[in-house]
Design a protein around this ligand. Structure first.
Ligand SMILES: CC(C)(COP(=O)(O)OP(=O)(O)OC[C@H]1O[C@@H](n2cnc3c(N)ncnc32)[C@H](O)[C@@H]1OP(=O)(O)O)[C@@H](O)C(=O)NCCC(=O)NCCS
Length: 175
């Protein structure tokens, strides 16, 4: 099995459009803003993501973030979003990394590869520790983080969601 994590770029729009449409718009706290866009809107959205990755054109309450796509044997299977730093809102809800694996590719261990490779990108950006949050009842996500070496540092009830949130910390020096 060959795998590769690549930053999302507009050059890949054609091969990624259908893939992005298979990922739900919102699922367990992981949002996909590209779901339901036309091809032209998708291209504009990727351009915006490229700006945000460079810290440009950000709204006042947003942080710079980079979106990555995991390819397994050249097929896109999952995507992650790495926030370069946290603001007060993300410290409570969001954390550094949001990710999802497309439904048709779940159950093959790809989320663990996606998270590990995204953590390596975080390390390259000097982010340490990396915080990753999941709803406590999102069993596959919690197992993913535990398998990749995350330490459970907090479990709190989140009023807005009405659900328990688990916060995992990753020491990128140990990757
Ligand atoms: C959570 C998610 C990323 C997991 O992706 P995946 O590629 O199917 O997961 P994996 O195959 O890598 O499995 C990860 C772990 O969960 C376990 N798992 C997978 N599916 C499971 C299921 N339906 N029930 C229980 N455990 C499950 C696996 O056995 C594995 O645990 P292990 O390391 O102890 O063996 C995927 O379900 C998803 O995209 N969900 C929607 C978005 C989301 O919840 N994102 C996380 C919050 S940011």
């Amino acid at each position: 099995m060959k795998y590769e994590l690549q930053p999302l770029t507009v050059a890949d729009a054609d091969k990624l459009y259908d893939f992005y449409q298979t990922i739900p718009a919102a699922e367990n706290g992981a949002g996909n803003k590209a779901h339901g866009l036309t091809k032209e809107q998708f291209i504009d959205w990727i351009k915006q993501e490229e700006y945000w990755s460079r810290g440009l054109n950000l709204r006042a309450d947003w942080v710079a973030a980079t979106t990555y796509v995991l390819y397994v044997d050249d097929v896109p299977v999952g995507r992650s979003n790495l926030r370069h730093y946290l603001n007060a809102a993300l410290e409570q809800d969001g954390g550094h990394i949001g990710l999802s694996v497309a439904p048709q590719h779940r159950g093959h261990g790809y989320s663990k590869i996606l998270l590990r490779e995204t953590l390596k990108c975080a390390k390259e950006k000097g982010i340490n520790p990396v915080l990753v949050f999941h709803f406590a009842d999102n069993i596959p996500a919690c197992k993913m983080s535990e398998s990749v070496g995350g330490k459970l540092v907090e479990e709190t009830f989140h009023e807005k969601h009405g659900r328990l949130i688990r916060k995992y910390a990753f020491d990128t020096d140990n990757l």
